[in-house]
Design a protein around this ligand. Structure first.
Ligand code: PLP
Length: 301
């Protein structure tokens, strides 16, 4: 076997730590050891199966031979259904061409980084957080890491972000946050949006803007006094700069089904679509058909 050098990227790549730990625990479980697996946010499907109707719809879709390539941006039925769901639940409007479907949240995050971040571009993210370090590494951006604080629920604040914002290309936020489960308050997220808007207003017409990657993949799991907030509802101007990451993996205990969506400005969504189409990171056709059913407007969520 050749042990020759590979690309700089592969020589320096660190595989997902959490996936490695998760696999080690699974192996220990297989050997009969009882170890609780709080690593990759996966579900024991014998305890948390996907919704039965979803399971049936997936099987039906395969029986009906929905087994071809899907369109690169996702089937229209699903993009419309996602738009309806988001409008109903989050009160924000996205057109079908502002929505991109892919095989879960990961390829969408990857594509968003690829579409926005150039070598040496500043990417701001807080720690603890999930996988931002790896995506910055992929794109050779400059890591601008904020150590979030317990007193702020481990969410980065506008004041912590402010000193780094000049000239940055991407601000990566997640709420509810993996791994802490904590969320932004309306006030704090509004203050962050105002910073982004102010920074973009100071840039020239032809300059690259500062974009906000807003990963809300856990948002439907909020309950009690916790209300999920999003940048576009708080500041409609943020629609020009925000790329949402969302999907069914966590909300429907469907981590292996692989359906996610991004919502954002048309020009970025189109570039992400082009990037993903080369990678082939589409959600399978049958799963897209069945998820269209999941989000039909007459269902109550
Ligand atoms: C914060 C966050 N975003 C995105 C994802 C990716 O989800 P998916 O399984 O849909 O790729 C995860 C998965 O653990 C996550 O924790």
């Amino acid at each position: 076997m050749s042990s020759g050098k590979l690309s700089q990227l592969s020589e320096t790549l660190i595989g997902s730590e959490i996936v490695r730990l998760g696999a080690e625990i699974k192996e220990k479980n297989r050997q009969g050891l009882k170890v609780y697996n709080y690593t990759i946010g996966d579900f024991d499907s014998s305890i948390f199966p996907i919704p039965q109707e979803l399971e049936e719809e997936i099987i039906n879709a395969y029986k009906e031979r929905h087994t071809t390539y899907p369109p690169a941006d996702g089937i229209m039925e699903l993009r419309s259904a996602v738009a309806g769901f988001i409008k109903q639940r989050e009160k924000i409007e996205y057109a079908n061409n502002e929505i991109l479907i892919a095989a879960g949240g990961r390829p969408l995050i990857y594509a968003a980084f690829r579409a926005i971040v150039d070598k040496k571009d500043k990417v701001i993210y807080a720690v603890p957080s999930w996988n931002n370090n790896h995506y910055v590494h992929f794109t050779e951006g400059e890591h601008i890491v904020i150590e979030s604080q317990h007193k702020n629920n481990f969410m980065p604040t506008a004041e912590e972000i402010r000193p780094h914002i000049k000239g940055a290309s991407l601000l990566a936020l997640c709420s509810p946050l993996n791994p802490t489960g904590t969320t932004f308050s309306k006030e704090e997220l509004t203050a962050i949006c105002d910073l982004v808007i102010e920074e973009n207003a100071s840039r020239g017409e032809r300059d690259k803007k500062l974009y906000l990657l807003y990963d809300q993949i856990y948002w439907t799991l909020t309950y009690g006094d916790t209300a999920h907030v999003n940048p576009v509802t708080l500041r409609p101007k943020m629609k020009e700069y925000t790329i949402f990451i969302d999907g069914i993996s966590k909300a429907f205990a469907a981590t292996g089904v692989r359906v996610g969506w991004a919502m954002g400005p048309v020009n970025i969504i189109n570039k992400m679509k082009a990037i993903n189409s080369h990678v082939g990171a589409w959600a399978p056709m049958a799963e897209q058909k069945s998820c269209s059913w999941l989000f039909t407007p007459n269902r109550s969520y």
